[in-house]
Design a protein around this ligand. Structure first.
Ligand code: ADP
Ligand code: MG
Length: 268
């Protein structure tokens, strides 16, 4: 599908407050591919997501993450997103006073601005997308996601339901057109509406130009999004990888058999 995968994770070890959590994580996501990263609670899924986005509490002790051949760990968090890495947050913050439209235009302009004029304290040379052009883009994406245009004038996440927050997040993804999108759905138990919003959005946006990594404890969301690859993480590393059938097997058998396999490997 692709020569060099956009996102490459190799031998990643991460510690949180001195405790080792990721213990040699390896996998790759290329454009056009949909991957699911699954695993029991506490296996380290969110630790990986947080590390990827540069959360300062997560110390990488070994290994590397490459995005389009660049060392992600040396990039500032805003640089990572400008380069085309998108991370949907589990708990998106509300920004009263800032409309969705304004927020998205600012985010898009940051993504479009050339790196040398950005993040360095200097004023960007270009002003980015013209307001008229942006409105057309926003209208197109909202139509694609079957969203009511009036939503764009609402303050970001202010008083939003779980489903509405997810919708705003998916709209952000549609506007920014990341090359790799990571959605950590975690274990918070999205209600069925929110789940469908995410699934429909990913299905509408996924294509040859975007790679998607869905991080989830539950198989549920995979009833609506069909991943090409499924990885199961146990105790900080990927224990098994397979196709969509692996997710179904997890649904019927749970995670224990994966753990037992690991123990067999570790205690000969
Ligand atoms: P998952 O998302 O797979 O449920 P997490 O990555 O959230 O797993 O957690 C993996 C382990 O790391 C757990 O034992 C958790 O307690 C620990 N952990 C994660 N984040 C932190 C943190 N910020 N501070 C302390 N411990 C953490
Ligand atoms: Mg988690």
């Amino acid at each position: 599908m692709s020569q060099t995968p956009e996102l490459v994770v190799r031998g990643l070890h991460v510690a949180v407050e001195g405790k080792s959590i990721l213990k040699g994580l390896d996998f790759e996501v290329a454009r056009g591919e949909v991957h699911a990263l699954m695993g029991p609670n506490g296996s380290g899924k969110s630790t990986f997501a947080n590390t990827l986005m540069g959360h300062p509490r997560y110390q990488v002790t070994a290994g590397e993450i490459l995005f389009k051949g660049r060392n992600v760990l040396e990039m500032q968090p805003d640089e990572r997103s400008r380069a085309g890495l998108f991370m949907a947050f589990q708990y998106p913050v509300a920004i009263p006073g800032v409309s969705i439209a304004n927020f998205l235009r600012t985010a898009l302009n940051a993504r479009l601005a050339p790196p040398e004029t950005n993040g360095t304290g200097t004023v960007p040379a270009r002003r980015g997308i013209a307001p008229k052009e942006f409105r057309a883009l926003l209208r197109e994406k909202m139509a694609l996601l079957r969203m009511d245009e009036a939503v764009a004038t609402r303050y970001l996440n202010d008083g939003f339901s779980g489903g509405e927050k997810k919708r705003a997040e998916i709209l952000q993804m549609a506007v920014l057109k990341p090359e790799i999108a990571i959605l950590d759905e975690t274990d918070s138990g999205l209600d069925i509406d929110a789940l469908r919003v995410v699934a429909d959005g990913v299905n509408a946006l996924a294509g040859p130009d975007m790679g998607v990594l869905i991080i989830t404890h539950y198989q549920r969301i995979l009833n609506y999004i069909k991943p090409h690859f499924v990885h199961v993480m146990v105790d900080g590393r990927i224990q098994i990888s397979g196709g969509p059938e692996l997710a179904l097997e997890l649904e019927s058998r749970g995670y224990d058999w994966v753990r037992e396999q690991q123990e067999e490997v570790e205690t000969p």
